[in-house]
Ligand binder design. Structure first.
Ligand code: PEP
Ligand code: MN
Length: 338
């Protein structure tokens, strides 16, 4: 349910309605848009029937949101969500944010070296996994807290932001200590306890689409974060499982305009996991920009054949630099910056 306020509604009227909603045991979520302010009501909407909300001063009308995702829907917030990060980085704005780095953090020297080159090429976020969700329990599982420390150090040294994966509710506090943005990986998209914890943490979140998840599933998972009051959420299309075997996954670029239509949340494209092969990363990254994404995440490694994970899909630093140069022209052609 959303309560749409009149343009003339005063802060006192807004607070009074929120207080009434709380008295009913429900949670009000206020969205102040350019056009209008709305209050999203979370919880058992039946309880609202007892209050004639439409009669409250300042209320324009009360409306049910028919979509299963409420706070994530465009009905709740018509304008795109934008949020500010350190170093003047804005997520969801005109400038497309670029995250780059190795799949896994392997050691400090390689990470710092990569951070310097991807930053020079135009990336603002350093990505890298310290906790790795691997198909085999015998594969490299990540450096854990040491990896997080290296990420923080390399990012601070180069003036970048850290985006890194959190796999388990028990890791949330630890990862929050070092990261600027928490990545929830594809395999954990429906780990509802993890979503709740990350929501409570209020840290910006990059929520990756599950391997077999529909866009609706993705938005329902985002709803978990929003319902805990964390609106700093960016969605990620990283390819889905299909019958096609020529690529690791099928990057679903349809999802970009669909997501932009359905939700106010920004969306990022990951062409590395989306294709699985280095040669296909640049074309699909550029296609992602053309489709209207708000960010790119690209795996980069200085010696991909020796990478501890995802070497086949990692670009060389020089290839990443070339991609950034080409991407600028595409971004500009559609009125964006990168
Ligand atoms: C990653 O970003 O390295 C990763 C494991 O991604 P995903 O969860 O999309 O597979
Ligand atoms: Mn990877």
């Amino acid at each position: 349910m959303i309560i749409v306020l009149k343009k003339t509604a005063t802060p006192q009227e807004l607070e009074y309605i929120c207080q009434k909603v709380r008295e009913l045991g429900l949670t009000p979520q206020v969205s102040r848009g350019i056009e209008r302010t709305v209050i999203g009501v979370i919880g058992d909407e039946e309880k609202l029937q007892v209050q004639p909300l439409e009669a409250f001063p300042g209320v324009e009308h009360v409306m049910a949101i028919l979509k299963p995702y409420k706070l994530a829907s465009r009905d709740y917030r018509a304008e795109n969500t934008e949020f500010d990060m350190e170093h003047g980085v804005k997520v969801g704005g005109k400038r497309i944010v670029v995250m780059a780095g190795p799949c896994s953090v392997e050691n400090y020297d390689m990470l710092l070296d990569l951070a310097k080159s991807v930053k020079k090429a135009g990336a603002t976020f350093l990505r890298g996994g310290a906790f790795k969700p691997r198909t085999s329990p015998y594969s490299f599982q990540g450096l854990g807290e040491d990896g997080l420390k290296y990420l923080r150090q390399a990012a601070d040294e180069t003036g970048m932001l850290v985006c890194t994966e959190v796999m388990d509710t028990r890791q949330v506090d630890l990862v929050c200590k070092y990261a600027d943005m928490l990545q929830i990986g594809a395999r954990n998209m429906q780990n509802f306890d993890l979503l709740k914890e990350c929501g409570i943490s209020k840290k910006p979140v990059l929520l990756k689409r599950g391997l077999s998840a529909t866009v609706k599933d993705l938005l329902m998972s985002a709803e978990y974060l929003l319902s805990k009051g964390n609106f700093k959420v960016m969605l990620c299309e990283r390819g889905i499982r299909t019958f096609e075997t020529a690529t690791r996954n099928t990057l679903d670029l349809n999802a970009i305009p669909v997501i932009k239509k359905e939700t106010h949340l920004p969306v990022l494209v990951d062409p590395s996991h989306g294709t699985g092969y280095r040669d296909f990363v640049a074309p699909m990254a550029m296609a992602g920009i053309a489709a209207g994404c708000d960010g790119l995440m690209v795996e980069v490694h200085q010696c991909p054949e020796e990478a501890k994970s995802d070497g086949e899909q990692s670009l060389l630093p020089k290839q990443f630099d070339e991609l950034m140069k080409k991407s600028r022209a595409i971004a500009q052609a559609i009125g964006r910056d990168i």
